[in-house]
Design a binder for this molecule. Structure first.
Ligand SMILES: Cc1cc2nc3c(=O)[nH]c(=O)nc-3n(C[C@H](O)[C@H](O)[C@H](O)COP(=O)(O)O)c2cc1C
Ligand SMILES: [Fe+2]
Ligand SMILES: [Fe+2]
Length: 405
């Protein structure tokens, strides 16, 4: 028997932790695992909200069978067709072939595209505001397009005032023991959530802001996302954190320095900047070697801090290859609200700093605080002075800023 976690009288968490998957969407490392949250509503009609990914389906179905205890499953709501939530549908259909699958017109097309045997006759397409009556619980649906897929929607239970928020408000990190925000180490889960937000949802800030605006009309007692911990203690706080992330608003005055270096000269330059930042009173500093730290962790930290400094040696007349994925993602997102600095190293005719300047020119939300610095080999006195200027100017800007939690 699995221990089922009650959320409200008739509602339980029947999600599954995945500690096996190395990389989410096959590229984002998840050393702390991820949960696929599914919820069971026990009413005149039985209903589950979302399923789980393929590798955890057998555990999930076992939980489902236990909780149904011989009853039929009447409905499964698919808030999001991405396979981490819809893969479990195959197995659910095996045991409950008559189950009605609730989605919307866009999700139907995607479900059919993923599975040519998808039972269209079981499908119910809901529209914005439609209601499904389970007995005591009435479920309504709201579309949240591009948070983070076109068909994304949320489900709201009027009875217990629960928002089943899909990937919105979700985070990485398996759900160990505690499941609610007031039962866990919140700083750990907040950082897992930032990593999820910045890497998965980050591009769609404007759509997140729209979704929050729409959903704020609902009275919400619980936010139950499709990944990570559930929110009930301070709903207003979590919504405001999320909204700030969506608006690319940093949380602190910290500075991320990310560099690419083959022989250590660019690395040395990064250290010089870091030390000078400290001299100027900046305490939150992270220096990452792009050859060591995964871009997903760098992106997450960039989201948190107001200052961003990128350094690169020259490589075949261009930026260092390990820096490329970070630039690609930041450009794809249209990153903004950052004080920015550039440095690098060269031997022949350069390339790294040139590419970084071109990158900055494409992004008006990056405010260059000082002249880019490019050294040839070991940084000389004049280079060191210029590197310190990047730090001094960055710190001046940050110290003048009012950033508060
Ligand atoms: C494969 C390769 C390609 C390079 N391409 C360039 C280049 O296009 N332009 C340049 O000025 N230097 C080029 N260099 C030289 C390095 O950028 C230069 O030695 C620099 O000092 C390395 O900085 P680092 O110590 O931070 O690795 C190249 C070196 C290698 C190994
Ligand atoms: Fe998703
Ligand atoms: Fe997801």
């Amino acid at each position: 028997m699995y221990k089922l976690v009650k959320i409200a009288n008739d509602i339980s968490w029947i999600g599954v932790n995945d500690f096996e998957k190395e990389r989410f969407e096959n590229y984002i490392p998840i050393p702390n695992g991820v949960s696929y949250n599914s919820y069971y509503i026990d009413d005149e009609k039985t209903c589950i909200i979302d399923t789980v990914d393929a590798n955890t389906t057998s555990t999930f179905v076992q939980k489902l069978k236990e909780i149904l205890n011989g009853r039929q499953l009447d409905y499964v709501v698919i808030n999001h067709v991405e396979p981490d939530h819809s893969n479990g549908l195959h197995e659910v259909l095996k045991y409950y072939p008559a189950v009605k699958i609730i989605g919307n017109n866009k999700s139907l097309g995607m479900l059919k595209a993923f599975d040519s045997n998808f039972p269209v006759e079981n499908f119910i397409a809901v529209k914005e505001g439609d209601e499904i009556d389970l007995g005591k619980h009435k479920l309504t649906f709201a579309m949240i397009p591009m948070v983070h897929w076109p068909e994304s929607m949320v489900t709201y239970d009027k009875e217990d005032k629960i928002l089943f928020s899909n990937d919105a408000f979700g985070g990485f990190g398996g759900v160990y023991g505690g499941i609610f925000d007031d039962e866990v180490d919140l700083s750990f889960y907040k950082s897992e959530m930032r990593k999820y937000y910045s890497n998965i949802i980050g591009k769609f800030g404007a759509q997140v802001v729209n979704a929050i605006k729409k959903l704020s009309k609902l009275e919400i007692k619980y936010i139950c996302p499709a990944h990570g911990i559930l929110w009930r203690k301070d709903i207003g706080k979590i919504i405001s954190i999320y909204e700030r992330w969506a608006k690319f608003e940093p949380e602190t005055k910290g500075v991320v320095i990310i560099y690419g270096s083959m022989y250590g000269n660019t690395a040395k330059m990064a250290e010089i900047i870091g030390l000078q930042l400290r001299e100027c009173g900046i305490t939150d500093i992270r220096i990452y070697d792009s050859s060591k730290t995964d871009p997903a962790d760098v992106i997450s930290r960039i989201w948190k801090y107001k200052g961003l400094i990128i350094g690169s040696c020259a490589h075949n007349f261009a930026v260092y290859p390990k820096i490329v994925p970070i630039l690609h993602k930041l450009e794809n997102y249209g990153i903004k609200n950052k004080y920015f600095g550039i440095f690098g190293n060269m031997m022949w005719s350069g390339g790294g700093v040139k590419d970084l300047k071109e990158f900055a020119a494409k992004l008006p939300g990056l405010e260059l605080v000082a002249e880019p610095v490019e050294a040839q080999g070991a940084p000389k006195e004049a280079d060191i002075e210029k590197l310190k200027q990047i730090a001094i100017k960055m710190a001046e800007k940050l110290n003048a800023d009012k950033i508060s939690d």
